[in-house]
Each structure stands twice: as structure tokens, then as C-alpha cells.
Design a protein around this ligand. Structure first.
Ligand code: 5GP
Length: 111
């Protein structure tokens, strides 16, 4: 079971900002931007965004729509969506998740 499954199950606490039948979203424990949310499918059988896109593209579209709604609710609506894919790219939790970064991001930077 991934650490994110444990958040879904309320076995470990998190600052949950959104939940549906298919997704959960909560604040990242180590924020990299003024607003840093994680949007996570409840199903845990996709390790990264490429697997998700191939296996359930509608669920990927739901993640994007949810990121958009949360950026409007918690920031000014503009956001950066990051999927780290693979350990070499900094992925540490192999249960696909989107980082939603928003609120006062520096212009023209990727990190
Ligand atoms: P990755 O490095 O896999 O793209 O992203 C994993 C993210 O999960 C990291 O940004 C990390 O700070 C966050 N994270 C890891 N453990 C926890 C936790 O227990 N609670 C919360 N809220 N975030 C976590």
C-alpha cells in the first residue's frame, strides 16, 4: 500500500482539500510553492503519468480538471502541473500523482 493509499484510508493525516469517488487532493508536506497540492487517483495501479495516460486517459483528464479548479480556489487560477516520472526525475512515490504548483511562481522557470 502506498503512502497515498494510507492518506485515503485516513491512516496518516493530511490537509485534504478535495475528494471524490476517484481522486483525492491534499497539501504537499514539503511545499515547493506558495500553493503546492498533490492530486492523486484513489486507484493505485498506475505508477506514473505515462501508465495512466495509456490505461485510463479519462482519469488523467479528471486530474487536469481538478488541478484547474483547485488553482482557482486556492490561488489566482494559474498553475503549473508536474508529474515526476521515474526516480531519475525525482519521483519518490510510485503511485501516480500530479503536483499542482500555484501562487506567486517565478516567471519563466521550470522549477
Ligand atoms: P514525487 O517526488 O514522487 O513526485 O512526489 C512525492 C511528494 O509527496 C513529495 O513532494 C513529498 O513531499 C510528498 N509527500 C511524501 N510523503 C507525504 C506525506 O506523508 N504527506 C504529504 N502531504 N505529502 C507527502
Amino acid at each position: 500500500m502506498s503512502i497515498f493509499n494510507r492518506i485515503v484510508a485516513r491512516e496518516i493525516p493530511a490537509d485534504i482539500v478535495f475528494e471524490s469517488d476517484t481522486l483525492i487532493a491534499f497539501r504537499d508536506i514539503a511545499p515547493q510553492a506558495p500553493v503546492h497540492l498533490l492530486v492523486v487517483p484513489k486507484r493505485d495501479d498506475f505508477a506514473n503519468v505515462s501508465e495512466l495516460a495509456a490505461g485510463d486517459p479519462d482519469l488523467l483528464a479528471e486530474i487536469v480538471a481538478t488541478a484547474n479548479a483547485l488553482a482557482k480556489e486556492y490561488a489566482d487560477g494559474d498553475f503549473r502541473l508536474v508529474f515526476n516520472s521515474g526516480a531519475g526525475a525525482g519521483q519518490t512515490v510510485f503511485h501516480v500523482h500530479a503536483h499542482v504548483l500555484a501562487g506567486g511562481l517565478a516567471e519563466g522557470t521550470l522549477a
